[in-house]
Design a protein. Structure first.
Length: 160
């Protein structure tokens, strides 16, 4: 039986996610934003379960007007402990900018937005084509999630 991403089991193992680019709940540097170079920030992943076959990243802005806005989806990432800055670590899907690549924070004017960098450990490599949507990714990965972690950064537009 498939489980929805929003209903992940309470016994799910937790990953420890950090970044040398920003602190959890800290300000995301302009380099990693739409106002800067649109580089994905470096991420470090700890506590990967032994049975991890692949990782999935989802970067989202829940403060976007009207809905959660997806900035990046990427899957079939090898179970590594470090993701390099400005890298393509796996297969990319279509984000809400309608491109299949990382697009950093670039909120409309107003207050700071929260950007969640979510990492899922799977016990399987996904059979999903490049350019798939977030809905397709979530449906494909749901039964195979064995661990989860996230780091959240804040960003407020500097140029209006």
């Amino acid at each position: 039986m498939k489980k929805a991403i929003s209903q992940i089991s309470e016994d799910l193992r937790l990953l420890n996610i950090t970044s040398t680019g920003f602190q959890h709940e800290g300000i995301i540097p302009i380099l990693y934003t739409g106002e800067g170079s649109n580089y994905n920030p470096p991420l470090q992943i700890e506590k990967l379960p032994e049975e991890t076959k692949s990782l999935v990243f989802i970067v989202e802005d829940p403060d976007a007007p009207g809905r959660v806005f997806t900035h990046w989806i990427v899957w079939n990432i090898p179970p590594v402990k470090n993701i390099e800055e400005n890298s393509v670590p796996g297969v990319q899907g279509i984000n809400d900018f309608t491109v299949h690549q990382y697009r950093g924070p670039n909120p409309p004017s107003g207050g700071a937005h929260h950007y969640h960098f979510k990492v899922f450990a799977l016990n399987r490599i996904l059979n999903l084509n490049e350019g798939a949507t977030r809905i397709e990714l979530e449906k494909a990965m749901s039964p195979y999630i064995i661990a989860f972690g996230e780091i959240t950064g804040l960003y407020k537009r500097t140029f209006i």
